[in-house]
Ligand binder design. Structure first.
Ligand SMILES: Cc1c[n+]2nc(N)[nH]c2nc1OC(C)C
Length: 330
């Protein structure tokens, strides 16, 4: 015999597992009807015993609109933008500055220089967002804003289905601020505009605008109706330990139920970065999300700290952008 509290806990865990499989792994294990039955059973128990409702319950994804608009959030660790590389020479200069900044031997025509290891991934064309987890629970979401002050969009980020309300597994820091991109896929964007046309309401110019417009709705139920997704790319405030490399941190995030880029790769030296840039450039049209470049980050965290940030952007990271596309938006 299980008590309502035990049954509610078991259902929360089982539903969280199915959410992870469906929205993060894209490998559902049960038909939607079975999922709905579990969800409705939990809603019924919570209706009879409201004291059993917890913030990480899947029934709490779509809350009420924040009274009086979005509050402000001060970013303890500024959310800076990236420096850009446009031509190959810009990448060579970036890598040289990195190696000089780390006092690594430059080598000569006959080699001998030590390659810096870079963590590479596509630069999603969405909206930078910060998610704050305390003791594994999602407690706040915020936009980048001007990098120091953003908007509190906690009730809206909770509706993004691949954002875990509670981190999975164990070993996560007591305080973990995850940073990443909120975006809408190309397929999600087409479907959204198809629906807008059918309802004679306004269509969106591009997926980035659609994501921004959807995130800044005061009513979370509207946000919840939009096909928003989140992909992590970094971190901000941390109280506790993280792995010693960019790639190790992102793999840890994946183990905690967060989504990272499937295109994440480690490359050696600037030659490896240019190879990655060409490869993603060739496959760009086939990706199901819009990107405006690729991002290279020095993989070792001790090197990142040693290089630090220039006035407004890190010395240890750069976005290598694709030429702006001339074709008109639809
Ligand atoms: C602004 C930004 C944007 N992006 N996008 C990716 N993929 N990585 C990444 N890193 C960023 O900033 C780093 C300094 C963490």
């Amino acid at each position: 015999h299980t008590t309502p509290a035990e049954r509610a806990l078991a259902l929360r865990e089982e539903i969280a597992q199915h959410n992870h499989r469906y929205y993060v792994l894209d490998e559902p294990a049960i038909p939607d009807a079975e999922y709905d039955r579990l969800f409705n059973e939990l809603k019924a128990i919570e209706a009879q015993h409201p004291d059993l409702i917890t913030p990480d319950s899947p029934t709490q994804r779509v809350g009420g609109a924040p009274a009086g608009g979005f509050g402000e959030v001060q970013h303890e660790v500024p959310m800076l933008s990236l420096g850009n590389a446009f031509a190959e020479q810009d990448m060579l200069d970036f890598d040289r500055r990195v190696r000089e900044g780390l006092d690594l031997p430059a080598g000569d025509l006959f080699g001998g220089g030590e390659d810096v290891e870079y963590c590479c991934e596509p630069k999603l064309d969405g909206l930078a967002v910060s998610l704050l987890y305390e003791n594994g629970l999602l407690v706040r979401g915020a936009t980048r804003g001007d990098g120091s002050t953003g908007e509190d969009i906690s009730s809206n980020v909770r509706t993004i289905r691949n954002v875990p309300l509670k981190l999975r597994g164990e070993g996560w820091p007591a305080v973990l601020e995850v940073r990443g991109e909120v975006f809408i896929s190309k397929a999600g964007f087409e479907a959204l505009n198809e629906t807008a046309r059918a309802n004679d309401s306004k269509t969106f110019a591009n997926p980035r605008n659609a994501a921004a417009g959807s995130l800044r709705q005061l009513d979370p139920a509207i946000t919840a109706s939009r096909p928003l997704e989140f992909c992590c790319y970094g971190f901000g405030r941390v109280e506790g330990d993280l792995p010693a490399t960019q790639e190790g941190i992102l793999q840890a995030f994946k183990g905690w139920g967060l989504t990272i880029s499937r295109e994440l790769k480690i490359k050696q030296g600037v030659a490896g970065c240019l190879e990655y840039y060409r490869d993603i450039g060739e496959r760009r049209a086939a990706l199901d999300y819009e990107i405006d470049g690729v991002v290279f980050k020095v993989n070792r965290l001790d090197y990142q700290r040693e290089l630090g940030f220039r006035a407004r952007e890190p010395r240890w990271a750069i976005a290598h952008k694709f030429p702006a596309s001339e074709e008109l938006t639809e």
